[in-house]
Ligand binder design. Structure first.
Ligand SMILES: Cc1cc2nc3c(=O)[nH]c(=O)nc-3n(C[C@H](O)[C@H](O)[C@H](O)COP(=O)(O)OP(=O)(O)OC[C@H]3O[C@@H](n4cnc5c(N)ncnc54)[C@H](O)[C@@H]3O)c2cc1C
Length: 464
């Protein structure tokens, strides 16, 4: 019977594993850590439910919902508390609401934009002129900064696109590839001649689509946190199929299939799915294909940290919306903060508010390496100056994610074409995960499903 090794135990790996299980193909998931799940990690401290990594997924990227259904978690779906919804942007020493109707960075309603004090009058006029900016003729890649400045103007870049859109990737818009990260914008420009028109038409279509029944919000989570997805996936694939604390050192070729080198010994498999970050996969395949390893080394990574703080509800004032984002031009040391227990139910004791701030990534990456006390001190100071929170936190949890976010820099898609061309020389070897075609959970899940679809129960010579 065909045997498959899945190296790395993040959400991409488990999407692949669950699909292989459905197909009746034998597989083993190897993870170097004692806990599977990679960046999907939820910890419970009393009544605090703390997300170390992602706190939500986009149901629009429907593959995550498919995985949730496959592992039987639909009853655990948790919509955000949209009665408190709203994004605030810190600018000129105060928090401004993101004008109603601004989708990612594209205005679709003009009155709220005109009323907003976030953008200056010339900045608003420039955003409106997007309707008349001709689409670019050639197909060459562009940075997000070039694209937004060209279409919507510099102020929209600095105050909205950089913190909101580049912030999703914790990337620098000056070298972030718009084609690799937001192909939808390129498509809108090409098809509708304008992002504003494209976004308005997309919203009209979405509003007239039949509702799917279950209440879906723009972001969704799971009642026990995103880690629940991994726990359920492990139950479905069977704990025996998951080997934790087992780092894979190398993959080499055999006459038929591949050999995996571990700390102690080797094992043979017909196919190998590398669901590890590109810089790890690079090491693992360095003997098998040095040229492919070099190509993988061209993908850069950034580090980030999350700081979760619990405050007594009675000691803090009203918190606006779901949280705030901070444009780089403001020169502050946090990038964003979510009022976690406002955005989501079941996250903190009822007399407490759970707040989560992000540092590092696109700017001030050095903060990630500070000692806990120093980092928490900086974050509390920033929360005080930005949002007026002067209370002492009564709970604190910090997670550092070193080299955790791949940077899709300009030319990323060309590099992927090269990588995929070279990978074609190794039938039965697959590369999946956030390093390649999308960092969000939905895209990672899709990469796992796609790899499983390419793995057939029999090989080209009819062997099972
Ligand atoms: C702080 C933070 C917040 C985020 N928020 C969101 C969000 O809200 N929504 C969203 O959609 N996305 C979010 N993301 C992005 C998303 O979480 C990740 O892109 C995604 O989870 C990556 O999944 P993966 O399977 O590609 O890799 P990973 O989760 O990184 O898994 C890789 C696995 O490989 C294992 N491994 C490494 N080396 C070896 C080895 N040699 N042998 C065996 N195993 C090895 C690791 O232990 C790990 O388990 C966030 C990311 C971070 C860091």
């Amino acid at each position: 019977m065909k045997k498959v090794a899945i190296v790395g135990g993040g959400v991409s790996a488990f999407a692949c594993a669950v699909s292989l299980k459905e197909k009746g193909i034998d597989f083993t998931v190897f993870d170097k850590e004692a806990r599977p799940g990679g960046k999907l990690m939820t910890e419970r401290f009393g009544d605090f439910v703390v997300e170390a990594g992602p706190d939500s997924f986009l149901p629009e990227k429907y593959w995550t919902l498919e995985l949730i259904d496959k592992v039987g978690l639909r009853p655990s779906l948790l919509p955000s508390n949209d009665e408190f919804k709203g994004t605030y942007i810190y600018s000129r020493r105060r928090l401004h609401p993101l004008p109603e109707g601004v989708m990612l960075m594209v205005p679709t309603m003009f009155t709220p934009l005109l009323r907003s004090r976030l953008i200056s009058l010339p900045g608003k006029v420039r955003m409106g002129l997007e309707l008349f900016v001709p689409p670019r003729g050639d197909q060459a890649d562009e940075s997000l900064a070039q694209f937004v400045t060209r279409r919507l103007g510099r102020e929209c870049l600095e105050k909205i696109a950089e913190p909101l859109v580049a912030g999703i990737h914790t990337s620098n818009p000056d070298n972030m590839s718009v084609r690799a990260t937001f192909p939808r914008f390129i498509e809108m420009e090409r098809t509708h001649g304008s992002l504003i028109l494209g976004m308005m038409r997309a919203m009209k279509r979405a509003n007239s689509a039949p509702s799917s029944g279950k209440k879906m919000t723009y972001f969704m989570s799971l009642r026990e946190g995103m880690g629940e997805l991994i726990e359920a996936a492990v139950r479905i694939v069977g704990p025996d199929a998951v080997k934790t604390s087992t780092p894979i050192k190398r993959v080499t070729k055999r006459a038929h299939g591949y050999s995996l080198a571990m700390d102690h010994g080797e094992a043979s498999f017909d196919e190998v799915v590398l669901a590890t970050p590109s810089f790890v996969s690079q090491e693992i395949i360095s003997d098998l294909d040095p040229a492919l390893a070099t190509m993988l080394s061209s993908i850069e990574w950034s580090s980030t940290a999350t700081i979760s703080l619990g405050f007594s509800r009675s000691e803090i004032g009203r918190l606006p919306g779901f949280g705030f984002i901070v444009p780089r031009v403001e020169g502050r040391r946090i990038n964003a903060t979510t009022w976690s227990s406002v955005k989501w139910s079941c996250r903190a004791p009822s007399d407490t508010v759970l707040v989560r701030s992000f540092v590092g990534g696109g700017h001030h990456e050095e903060l990630v390496d500070l000692a806990d006390d120093e980092l928490a001190h900086i974050v509390c100071g920033e929360l005080n100056e930005i949002a007026g929170i002067s209370a002492e936190p009564r709970f604190r949890k910090i997670y550092r994610w070193k080299k955790s976010m791949p940077k899709y820099t300009v030319g990323h898609l060309d590099r992927l074409t090269q990588i995929e061309g070279q990978l074609g020389r190794h039938p039965g070897l697959h590369l999946i995960g956030c390093s390649y075609r999308g960092i969000g959970i939905g895209d990672c899940v899709k990469s796992g499903f796609d790899a499983a679809a390419r793995i057939l129960p029999v090989d080209s010579e009819g062997r099972t």
